[in-house]
Design a protein around this ligand. Structure first.
Ligand code: FAD
Length: 468
């Protein structure tokens, strides 16, 4: 070892050896090793100066990044020679696609009634003020503005898809004041990530009196209702029955969202409220209503038992095998397990019974009755190509696949599709080159490259845990 080390003569090597040498080894001036002096490795001064320079480097990098995010570079204009991908939606699937797609190869147009991405896992926390709504959204223009080529973003709803003429019809969203006529946008490829909408199972009164938990506006509505219930209950002269009703929070749906929300509400109402409304905290009641025999039916028995046990400890009542028949302004009409009809008075009602397809997806399914045979969403292959129609791709909650409708799946699909389109472009470009008369050597080179990109691998989902 020493023989090898002796062969280092540069100053850098000497410095390196000074810090990494064995404890009782010393490098002398003429690069010989002495074993007489014991020195500590590395010395304190080396550590402190590396920390100093490390800190300076980290701060400078952070400052540069901040400057870069606030001052994006000039973007290249759209290229009329490139194909145009129209992306519908700005949720988990579409946003991760947008972040990863290389605009060197395509022009992009994003159409969504929501001009921001919403981080849904933290939506329940925003209803009780644990996190601010603004901190869980990211403007789509921020993402699009940091791409190398200009991306058009239209805050509008897609109302119709015409696969024959490769156009989509878009309509201004109702929140915009000026009523605009319908417009149409042409695409070469359509990428559809419009998600799903809340399912009410046709129960009357849900839309009118209940609160969903899907969008930012839902979280705001829940927050306002929740605080109105608590403040109303605190008014003087309220009858005990009215206080009981106002402080009864009911969640319908024992899936992941319903369970998560019941727990979040409990933490807020029981723990936080005690400080600010000490007289009311003990009167708050949380109930969860589920039509099936147990909550979390898609999860393991162990998790179901754990959840039920925990809810019991926290005084959250679970009504299983209980079906909501009607929602009235101040009470729910339910059918109990013994088939009797009862009413449950409530102050706040959160409806979290799962998803159903959007009107746009329904319309598309009807256009391809032979290939689109699933009622729960669009049928796609493992490359996310819509069955029955070329040039349309779909991902996320809008599709019916073997994967769970989660943000984790949707974002991985988005990333995958971005890679897919890059490979597709390269493959098509090489195909074009091969069609031209190339010289023997050049042809061989292009053919080799083509072989490498010819097969596009199908999507593979990698699960990173239930909560992330
Ligand atoms: C409260 C809550 C908590 C959740 N927690 C988790 C979690 O912890 N982990 C997890 O993996 N998943 C979680 N999920 C599920 C996850 O949010 C969804 O699976 C995910 O949002 C699906 O992504 P998506 O892109 O398909 O649809 P979405 O994210 O719903 O996005 C759909 C987009 O399409 C737009 N759109 C709708 N209609 C049209 C139209 N006609 N034209 C154009 N655009 C349209 C919408 O405005 C939206 O931008 C949670 C969901 C909720 C509601």
């Amino acid at each position: 070892m020493q023989t090898i080390l002796k062969s280092f003569h540069s100053v850098k090597a000497r410095r390196y050896l000074e810090t990494v040498k064995p404890l009782n080894t010393r490098v002398t001036k003429n690069n010989n090793f002495s074993t007489t002096t014991v020195r500590r490795v590395p010395s304190l001064s080396v550590i402190s100066s590396s920390m100093k320079y490390g800190a300076i480097a980290a701060v400078s990098y952070g400052a540069y990044k901040m400057y870069y995010w606030r001052h994006p570079r000039v973007q290249a204009p759209m290229d009329p020679d490139k194909k145009t991908i129209v992306v519908l939606g700005s949720g988990w699937a579409s946003t991760s696609f947008l972040k990863d797609i290389d605009t060197k190869y395509y022009n992009l147009i994003v159409i969504s009634p929501r001009n921001y991405f919403l981080f849904t896992p933290l939506l329940p926390s925003s209803t009780v003020g644990t996190v601010d709504l603004k901190s869980i959204i990211e403007p789509i223009r921020f993402t699009s503005r940091h791409k190398t080529r200009d991306i058009k973003v239209y805050e509008a709803e897609c109302t119709r898809i015409d696969p024959e003429n490769k156009t989509v019809t878009i309509k201004d969203v109702p929140s915009n004041k000026v009523k605009e006529p319908e417009r149409s946008v042409t695409y070469d490829y359509l990428v559809l990530g419009v998600g799903a909408r809340n399912s009410t199972f046709g129960v009357q009164g849900v839309d009118r009196y209940g609160c969903f938990l899907k969008e930012a506006k839902d979280a705001r509505k829940i927050h306002n209702r929740l605080m109105a219930c608590v403040e109303n209950a605190a008014l003087p002269g309220q009858s005990p029955e009215e206080v009981k009703r106002l402080l009864h929070m009911v969640i319908v749906g024992g899936g992941a969202t319903g369970i998560e929300y019941a727990a979040e509400l409990h933490d807020f109402l029981i723990d936080d409220l005690r400080t600010w409304y000490p007289d009311l905290a003990d009167k708050v009641k949380i109930s969860l209503v589920e039509a099936l025999p147990s909550v979390l039916p898609q999860f393991s028995q162990k998790l179901i038992k754990y959840t039920e046990g925990n809810f019991r400890k926290q005084d959250i009542t679970i009504h299983t095998k209980t079906m909501v028949k009607e929602v009235r302004e101040k009470e729910l009409v339910v059918k109990t397990p013994d088939d009797s009809i009862e009413t449950i008075p409530y102050g706040l009602l959160v409806w979290a019974t799962g998803n159903t397809t959007t009107p746009l997806v329904n319309d598309l399914i009807q256009k391809f009755p032979e290939a689109q045979t699933h009622k729960k969403g669009l049928v796609v292959d493992d490359w996310m190509r819509l069955k029955g129609c070329e040039d349309i791709y779909a991902f996320g909650d809008a599709t019916a696949t073997r994967y769970a409708p989660t943000g984790q799946v949707a974002s991985q699909q988005g990333k995958y599709l971005a890679r897919y389109f890059k490979q597709l472009y390269i493959r098509q470009a090489l195909e074009e080159q091969l069609k031209k008369g190339l010289g023997e050597k050049e042809k061989e080179k292009v053919e080799k490259k083509f072989e490498r990109v010819k097969e596009i691998k199908p999507f593979h989902y990698s699960h990173h845990g239930s909560l992330w």
